[in-house]
Design a protein around this ligand. Structure first.
Ligand SMILES: *[C@@H]1O[C@H](CO)[C@@H](O)[C@H](O)[C@H]1NC(C)=O
Ligand SMILES: *[C@@H]1O[C@H](CO)[C@@H](O)[C@H](O)[C@H]1NC(C)=O
Ligand SMILES: *[C@@H]1O[C@H](CO)[C@@H](O)[C@H](O)[C@H]1NC(C)=O
Ligand SMILES: *[C@@H]1O[C@H](CO)[C@@H](O)[C@H](O)[C@H]1NC(C)=O
Ligand SMILES: *[C@@H]1O[C@H](CO)[C@@H](O)[C@H](O)[C@H]1NC(C)=O
Ligand SMILES: *[C@@H]1O[C@H](CO)[C@@H](O)[C@H](O)[C@H]1NC(C)=O
Length: 315
């Protein structure tokens, strides 16, 4: 059997696989042809059974499926294309896609996702296109969510509840080309700064960039987040709060005290130097003093001796 070829836990495949290995059947009302299964718009409320194991493309879009069972999905180890658009899927767990590691295209748009657990996509290293747009209850993405999806080129995050993103989440997306970010309530506070800088330096395509704007704070409402990096940096660097003032005050006080100490030391050195100089040239000083007394004596004498004009005559 080809069941064991996936990396998923073997016991899952074994216990749930036995009932599903049913040859070349096709799920009720779906169309199956050439490794493609189309179950679009059938009002399904559950993942259909009897999907041929060699399926490469699976269309489950426009149904009311709430849950993707990892065990059944994991049997489709050749699956490269999975369209789950327009369903009611609420969460994606760490093991949901563990068996479909060949996936290249995954569309989860227009669902009701509120949780994508951090390792959900960790085996999807071939994934090129991922669409999780239009999941308004999706409020956050873990920074490890895309850690192993290193082939990703198109990522659609439009119209979710995301308020912020960590640039660390994008650090392994070395082949990413196109990123859609519009229609999210981006909160452009200082925690968001790093991501906006990433958007500037990464040179990705943002076809919807003018609609990917800040909703907070009021000064930046309407700014496209691809362009808000510099104003935000300015705001975050020049903005000071109480703690910053205390810090600045402390720094100021330190500089002031250092100044006083340095001035005092300089004064002490100057005085010591002067004293040393004075002591070493004491004799010379005394000689000069004697000469000066002599000179003034002479001037005095000449004033007295001088004629009628009354001006002293210096020799
Ligand atoms: C799927 O649903 C969407 C919106 O409900 C609709 O616009 C689209 O035509 C449907 N597609 C199919 C193939 O039924
Ligand atoms: C979508 O999920 C939210 C909670 O995350 C829930 O309140 C809501 O009823 C769900 N909507 C549907 C149509 O299931
Ligand atoms: C990425 O894959 C490796 C090996 O396949 C695994 O050990 C690691 O836990 C995965 N990382 C994440 C964040 O899922
Ligand atoms: C993602 O899904 C939405 C809705 O289904 C669609 O309009 C959009 O083109 C898709 N994005 C990509 C990158 O395929
Ligand atoms: C910025 O907003 C995000 C999302 O609401 C929040 O988690 C974070 O703590 C905020 N950061 C600052 C510095 O206010
Ligand atoms: C931006 O949003 C407006 C109104 O919602 C829409 O008409 C326009 O096509 C959108 N532009 C892009 C590039 O998505």
């Amino acid at each position: 059997m080809s069941l064991a070829s996936g990396p998923g836990p073997g016991w899952l495949l074994f216990s749930f696989g036995m009932g599903l290995v049913s040859g070349s059947k096709c799920p009720n009302d779906c169309q199956c042809q050439a490794q493609e299964v189309i179950c679009t718009g059938l009002q399904l409320t559950e993942y259909p059974s009897d999907i041929p194991l060699n399926t490469r493309r699976l269309y489950l879009n426009n149904n009311s499926i709430r849950f993707l069972p990892a065990m059944n999905l994991g049997l489709l180890s050749d699956l490269v294309y999975l369209d789950c658009r327009n369903n009611l899927i609420r969460e994606v767990m760490d093991y949901t896609f563990v068996g479909v590691f060949r996936l290249i295209y995954l569309d989860l748009s227009f669902n009701n996702l509120s949780l994508i657990s951090p390792h959900s996509f960790s085996v999807l290293s071939n994934l090129v296109q991922l669409n999780i747009s239009n999941n308004p209850h999706l409020l956050s993405l873990n920074k490890y969510t895309f850690a192993n999806t290193s082939s990703l080129r198109y990522l659609d995050l439009r119209n979710t509840g995301l308020q912020t993103l960590d640039p660390a989440a994008f650090q392994n997306l070395v082949t990413l080309q196109t990123l859609y970010l519009s229609g999210n309530p981006w909160k452009c506070n200082c925690s968001f700064l790093d991501f906006t800088i990433y958007l500037i330096v990464s040179h990705l395509n943002h076809p919807d960039e003018l609609n990917a704007t800040c909703v907070e704070p009021t000064e930046l409402v309407g700014w496209p987040i691809t362009q808000v990096g510099n104003p935000l940096r300015y705001m975050c660097i020049t903005h000071l709060d109480g703690q910053d003032y205390v810090f600045l005050l402390l720094i100021g006080f330190c500089i002031f005290s250092m100044g006083i100490v340095v001035a005092w030391l300089t004064g002490v050195c100057a005085v010591l130097y002067q004293n040393a100089c004075r002591r070493s040239s004491k004799d010379e000083d005394e000689d000069e003093h004697g000469q000066r007394v002599e000179a003034s004596r002479r001037i005095f004498r000449s004033t007295v001796d001088s004629g009628h004009d009354g001006f002293p005559q210096l020799i």
